[in-house]
Design a protein around this ligand. Structure first.
Ligand code: FES
Length: 487
């Protein structure tokens, strides 16, 4: 039977995005069954693939070569215990396969002997004999798709796959990461709370496969839960490919309101009137949020309390390092504190949130268009980073209108995305007036984009958002495909 590969693993092996394979399946260019692709089918669709260049071999070699470096060993390689368990499980599997192969080999040898003797005493036809002989030749010579199967086996030792039920989404576990950390990095909206084994919110039931506890946890699972295979995702890693049953957030209503105290790591200029504020949450108390949401920030200084609400500009796949783009605003006490130096590295900031419904839709394979004005780029950046980590969109377009002197303060980031990713385009616009600029921006989008099958996310000042929404609907974008955030 042909070796079967998950969609994510197949994409990894041939060096394309998962969404590219999904598109090919949708267009009938690639056959898949139950979300799996055979190695032969992958080779048929990518006959020119060079495993040396596609990333599969490179990935394994990179780990092998770099594993001598201490930092990389810490980041990339699983603990010795986990690795030993994975190797043991795979050893059992390989031994089983070897026995099967030996049985087939004996059968092939026997048939070969019969062919050489011309099936003496067997009523076989010459044509059937020739076909059988050809088939045996192929079986003995092996198949080019065996290379995929071999690399898949190797990758399973380093990065076991986790399939989540009932959603069917999947991700890989790398290095020392827990199942929870890997799932968040892959863009899944898994249910969790403390991240350190005390709240029990990250419970999952292991349906298939083997997991291993990698850190102690205070939360106690009941006997019945343990008997049913429940574990805490923040305290366990995968030993083999596993299937788990767990909850995922369907929307903002599933994310509880939290209050955490974070530390200012850095305040860096993005322009004359724009600062990047980097807050770091404690390891044991991170902020769970959805990409595109906001948080209220507060701090105390001798001059008085500082308060403000800002869109989170970073991805929930790194829930410990939170970025905010803060614009100069004398009417905002927190922004004033950032520009005056009262909010500086080492200071404590209280975060309350998350807030807002400016989040991505859950339907995969959509074309995503982001229309931002000025600091509206902050929540857009969070959405884009999240969508890229989840690898679920068909294409990305960022249209960014700048009305402030600081302009497109992260243009380099947009250019880098556009250069590095297929199906990613970015369109900068400039105009002194937000409403007139919105009309120009939508006209530019209209010339370049078909709004069918597209979700549009609009963020910025009120005049920009209202005008952009009106122009988008006039251009044929369905109202239900537009999500807007006034900042
Ligand atoms: S997230 Fe709290 S116990 Fe795992």
């Amino acid at each position: 039977m042909s070796h079967r590969l998950s969609l994510s693993r197949a994409a990894h092996l041939v060096g394309v995005h998962r969404s590219t394979l999904q598109k090919m399946i949708g267009e009938g260019k690639l056959a898949a069954a139950e979300g799996m692709i055979t190695a032969q089918e992958l080779l048929r669709a990518f006959p020119q693939v060079n495993l040396e260049a596609s990333g599969g071999i490179e990935w394994v070699n990179r780990i092998k070569e770099e594993s001598f470096g201490r930092r990389v060993r810490e980041r990339m390689l699983p603990s010795q215990e986990i690795l030993a368990q994975r190797l043991f499980s795979q050893g059992l599997e390989l031994a089983d396969l070897r026995r099967t192969v030996q049985r087939y080999h004996a059968l092939v040898e026997e048939l070969g002997g019969l062919l050489r003797e011309g099936f003496q005493g067997h009523p076989a036809q010459p044509g059937a004999l020739a076909a059988l002989s050809e088939g045996l030749g192929r079986a003995l010579a092996g198949d080019a798709s065996d290379a995929f199967a071999a690399i898949d086996e190797a990758l399973r030792v380093m990065t076991p796959r986790v399939e989540v039920r009932p959603s069917g989404r999947e991700f890989f576990v790398e290095g020392h990461d827990s199942i929870l950390q890997s799932g968040l990095k892959a863009g899944l909206q898994l249910s969790y709370g403390c991240g350190n084994g005390t709240c029990g919110l990250c419970r999952a039931r292991v349906v298939d496969g083997e997991v291993q506890r990698i850190r102690p946890h205070d939360f106690t699972l009941s006997e019945a839960e343990r008997a049913q295979g429940h574990v805490l995702m923040c305290a366990y890693s995968a030993v083999t490919d596993v299937k788990i049953e767990t909850l995922e957030a369907a929307g903002p209503e599933d994310i509880p309101r939290q209050e955490i105290v974070a530390t200012v790591r850095a305040v860096s200029p993005l322009g004359e009137d724009t600062r990047l504020l980097h807050l770091q949450a404690p390891r044991s108390n991170r902020l769970r949020f959805l990409a595109g949401q906001s948080a209220s920030l507060g701090a105390v200084s001798p001059a008085g309390d500082m308060q403000g609400s800002f869109a989170i500009a970073s991805c929930p796949c790194d829930d410990r390092n939170l970025h905010f783009h803060v614009g100069r605003d004398d009417g905002d006490t927190f922004a004033t504190g950032v520009f005056s130096g009262a909010i500086r590295p080492g200071e404590r900031v209280t975060l309350v949130g998350p807030e807002g419904r400016f989040v991505l839709g859950r339907e995969p394979g959509r074309h995503l268009v982001f229309a931002a004005c000025d600091l509206g780029f902050a929540p857009v950046k969070s959405l884009v980073e999240y969508a890229l980590s989840a690898d679920s969109a068909a294409s990305y377009t960022i249209a960014w209108l700048a009305t402030r002197p600081d302009g497109h303060y992260l243009a380099n980031q947009c250019r880098a995305w556009a250069e590095a990713l297929d199906g990613f385009s970015w369109m900068p616009f400039r105009h002194a007036d937000a409403a007139e600029g919105a009309a120009e921006l939508v006209a530019g989008l209209r010339a370049a984009t078909d709004f069918a099958g597209t979700d549009v996310y609009v963020a910025g000042p009120e005049a920009f958002v209202h005008c952009a929404e009106f122009e988008l609907r006039s251009a044929g974008a369905p109202a239900e495909s537009i999500t807007a955030l006034v900042m």
